[in-house]
Design a protein around this ligand. Structure first.
Ligand code: NAD
Ligand code: UDP
Ligand code: UDP
Length: 313
């Protein structure tokens, strides 16, 4: 990625997309931010609207798009289980038809294309920590399948467009990422716990709280996105991106309570179906190929995220 590149960001008004647009503008790119505002908000990019190299467009990636670009970051897809399960058929269409359209666009314009895939391709993993060669343990007919299988099929399409049409691809498997600009009603665990702690509502802990996740702060994730896009064309991924620090959801709840100084009680709720019991990235490949590793520890990232939510609530 060099100065003056025309870069398309799908899902650009979402949590990660809005941070990416900022980082690309700082690199002198021309940014076309595309979103249908299902879970994203214009507010997330409102501060970029006056920028001479920024353009915002309402569009749904399940429909074709004809624009001229040099690079594409395909982030369009609801990421929170609450939102991707709200209209599961649309979720699969977004991942699959969206991938076909963006790959068709990449093929025609010879653009390099990045796919925001997910650790959910590993399902409820039986290999721990997860390496890229693990093929996963996904329930194809469960409530998470619209997202998991949609993202898996998108990976298939990326690799087939690469093999069949020589499209230059970069497939990243993101593990749980958090930070400022997550929607207060996003429904994912970090924003839920922080909002609950700050508003004195009970902390909703699902299951017995022994399930684990590994949380990456958004700034670290953006460094990884840009480093991956800059790797030589031979490197396609898939590559795990995430922070290998692993925590139980109970530890997360207790840390959020401590950092906010909240007196909220912890309230236990049933564990949702197919909720993965453990998740932690092996990032050996990312370290080797991207020269990247996360630098922001959970407590530090949570402090910044809590400060953000204090400002908006
Ligand atoms: P988000 O929900 O904030 O952002 C997704 C964006 O995509 C939203 O702005 C939404 O309006 C937009 N969108 C959804 N369907 C669309 C469609 N059909 N056409 C156009 N735009 C559409 O979530 P996020 O955390 O920013 O996630 C961004 C991407 O990263 C997603 O593809 C997600 O699957 C992936 N990812 C995120 C995480 C994470 O922890 N944040 C982990 C793994 C993968
Ligand atoms: N497409 C698009 N923009 C483009 C080129 C293609 O949205 O600039 C869409 C188009 O709708 C097509 C899809 O991408 O259905 C896949 O394109 P491809 O060229 O692979 O397939 P074909 O056009 O042969 O169906
Ligand atoms: N979770 C929770 N309380 C909440 C939201 C989520 O205990 O209010 C749990 C959820 O059951 C899962 C973990 O936190 O085990 C991460 O959930 P999230 O929806 O953030 O993302 P996932 O990694 O499951 O896609």
């Amino acid at each position: 990625m060099g100065p003056g590149k025309r870069v398309l960001v799908t899902g650009g008004a979402g949590f990660l997309g809005s941070h990416l647009c900022e980082r690309l503008l700082a690199r002198d790119c021309e940014v076309l931010c595309l979103d249908n505002y299902f879970t994203g908000r214009r507010q997330n990019v409102a501060h970029l609207l006056g920028h001479p190299r920024f353009e915002l467009m309402r569009h749904d990636v399940t429909f074709p798009l004809y624009v001229e670009v040099d690079e594409i970051y395909n982030l369009a897809c609801p990421a929170s289980p609450v939102h991707y399960q709200f209209d599961p058929v649309q979720t699969t269409k977004t991942s699959v038809h969206g991938a076909i359209n963006m790959l068709g666009l990449a093929k025609r314009t010879r653009a390099k294309i990045f796919q925001a895939s997910t650790s959910e391709v590993y399902g409820d993993p039986q290999i721990h920590p997860q390496t890229e060669d693990y093929r996963g343990n996904v329930n194809p007919i469960g409530p998470r399948a619209c997202y998991d299988e949609g993202k898996r099929c998108a990976e298939t399409l990326f690799f087939d467009y690469h093999r069949q049409h020589k499209v230059r691809i970069k497939v990243a498997r993101l593990f749980n990422t958090y930070g400022p600009r997550m929607h207060p009603n996003d429904g994912r665990v970090v924003s839920n716990f922080i909002v609950q702690a700050l508003t004195g509502k009970p902390i909703t802990l699902y299951g017995d709280g022994t399930q684990t996740r590994s949380f990456c702060y958004v700034d670290d994730m953006m460094d990884a996105f840009l480093a991956l896009m800059d790797t030589p064309d031979e490197f396609t991924g898939p590559v795990n991106l995430g922070n290998p620090g692993e925590f139980t959801m109970r530890e997360l709840a207790e840390t959020v309570l401590k950092l906010t100084g909240s007196t909220s009680a912890i309230e236990f709720h049933p564990l949702p179906a197919d909720d993965p019991m453990q998740r932690c990235p092996d990032i050996t490949l990312a370290k080797a190929k991207l020269g990247w590793q996360p630098t922001i520890a959970l407590a530090q990232g949570l402090e910044r995220t809590i400060a953000y939510f204090r400002g908006v609530l």
